[in-house]
Ligand binder design. Structure first.
Ligand code: ATP
Ligand code: MG
Ligand code: MG
Ligand code: MG
Length: 469
């Protein structure tokens, strides 16, 4: 089944059950506590917290999601992407557990025709109600696992709604490793759908895994999220997300550029293909939603993705610029479903080209510095934090890129020392700014700089991505 039909099947199913389609929210959330939209429920938070009342008590959405926590997984696990599409259905004080479970199971087994024998579910350890609902649908007890708070409990804010969840998994077979269900092997037992039952109100406690339950919520809610990319893995019999039709055209284009065939390459180079194709998809979507590369916040996430993609391309021996070309293939592939990609095509091209250009200039010099430092360090030893700091400060190497390169050479990095150097620099920059209190500007300083370098033209009005790197 192609991804277009995976999406359609979902929305036909829940549309017939009176769910109203709500358009995807932006990747930039309307929520100061969150860097990027990372789940389908994010735009619905005010309905769950009771701040706003929805027009209709049942909703469904196809939400663009970005997860920085999965950056390091990409290329290595088969199932993680930094950008993915989450389809979800929601109830705001309307239907609850029995319907949420029965509908998800019916859609998975009849709509998507997944083999019942390969399905597993997990529930929160005390949630006997969920277990009996799954059992009634015919899921055998041996394929239901009880998991702890860390895995199967959800909460938002203090005080705020919380509740157990239940997840559906698909067994991809023994070529993905050992048996034992989702609690044991999350690559073989692929998580496809998370059903959250918002049922209680939580109080303050010491963290995610232990807090008091204050009572039942006046209205119970349902929040579910099914990964389109995960469903495509199964229905297209693909091992990695980059092999599904969501990413395949970009893989195809990258192979044209390198002149090599991905499947015949050694594992390490295959990782680079997966990293590059994943990161350009995320980058295209981030820019389309208004994120620009910078040194902090979500701009820094974008920068990391772009720079990591460039480095992996150079590792594959591709010396010419590729980001414009590859984001172009993302737009070509997904532009029908996500018209904002098409609308922002020229901005995306400009931003990624500029970033690649800036980074390329320093990549070579930085790599030289890093290579020397690596040669001077003992295998199994550590790369000096000062080198990592210089790479960051002078060459714009995101720290995780340096860590990754050092790890490839068998070296550790003293993260604490690095953080200390960053802190010192921040303090110095702050002190320098404090000297320039408005009204007391030290003109002689400016005159001295102008004398040395001449006047500077401000190009920021025409040049969007032109901030300092
Ligand atoms: P996993 O345990 O596999 O990392 P998760 O428990 O972090 O997944 P949820 O937060 O429950 O995922 O998100 C709901 C659904 O979104 C998942 O069941 C899965 O189908 C999909 N999903 C989550 N993370 C990713 C990702 N990085 N790439 C693609 N799909 C994802
Ligand atoms: Mg995860
Ligand atoms: Mg999980
Ligand atoms: Mg989950």
């Amino acid at each position: 089944m192609r991804s277009i039909d995976i999406r359609r099947t979902f929305f036909d199913y829940f549309g017939q059950r009176d769910h109203h389609l709500v358009p995807s929210g932006s990747l930039i959330p309307d929520d100061p506590t969150l860097l990027l939209t990372n789940a389908g429920m994010v735009p619905f938070k005010p309905y769950f917290s009771g701040e706003r009342v929805p027009e209709h008590p049942r909703a469904m959405s196809l939400q663009k999601c970005a997860r920085t926590v999965d950056i390091d997984n990409v290329g290595h696990t088969t199932r993680h992407a930094t950008f993915f599409e989450m389809a979800g259905n929601f109830s705001f004080g309307d239907f609850f557990k029995p319907e949420a479970i029965a509908w998800a199971y019916e859609l998975v087994t009849e709509g998507y025709q997944l083999d019942r024998e390969r399905l597993w579910v997990t529930v929160f350890r005390d949630d006997d109600e969920a277990i009996s609902l799954w059992r009634r649908l015919g899921v055998p007890a041996e394929r239901i696992q009880r998991l702890d708070m860390a895995d199967n409990y959800w909460s938002m804010g203090v005080p705020g709604p919380c509740g157990p969840c239940s997840e559906i998994f698909y067994d991809r077979g023994d070529s993905y490793g050992r048996d034992g269900g989702p609690a044991v092997n999350s690559e073989r037992f692929l998580e496809i759908w998370n059903l959250v039952f918002m049922q209680y109100e939580r109080g303050a406690g010491d963290g995610k895994d232990s807090f008091p339950i204050l009572g039942e919520l006046p209205a119970k809610n349902i929040d579910t999220g099914m990964g389109i990319d995960r469903m495509a893995l199964i229905l297209q019999d693909a091992r990695y997300i980059c092999e599904t039709d969501l990413v395949a055209p970009t893989m195809h284009r990258l192979q044209e550029i390198t002149g090599e065939e991905y499947s015949t390459l050694p594992p390490k180079q295959q990782v680079s293909y997966r990293v590059i194709t994943d990161h350009v998809r995320s980058a295209a979507f981030l820019v389309a939603d208004g994120v620009l590369p910078s040194n902090e916040g979500r701009g820094y996430v974008l920068r990391r993705l772009l720079r990591r993609a460039v480095r992996h391309a150079r590792l594959l021996g591709v010396e010419q610029p590729i980001l414009d070309d590859l984001t172009g293939s993302v737009i070509g592939n997904l532009g029908d479903v996500w018209p904002e990609l098409v609308g922002q095509r020229s901005l995306i091209g400009k931003v990624v080209t500029r970033e690649e250009d800036t980074f390329d200039r320093t990549l070579r010099q930085g790599t030289k510095l890093l290579d020397t430092a690596i040669k001077q360090s003992r295998i199994g030893g550590a790369l000096p934090a000062e080198t990592a700091f210089e790479l960051h400060d002078t060459y714009g190497f995101p720290i995780d890129l340096t860590v990754e390169i050092a790890a490839d050479a068998g070296l550790d990095l003293d993260r604490d020392r690095f953080a200390q150097l960053m802190d010192e620099q921040r303090r110095q920059a702050k002190a320098a700014r404090a000297d320039l209190t408005p009204g007391l500007v030290k003109l002689d300083v400016y005159r001295e700089i102008a004398g040395r370098h001449g006047r500077t033209a401000f190009i920021g009005y025409d040049d969007l991505a032109g901030e300092a790197t």
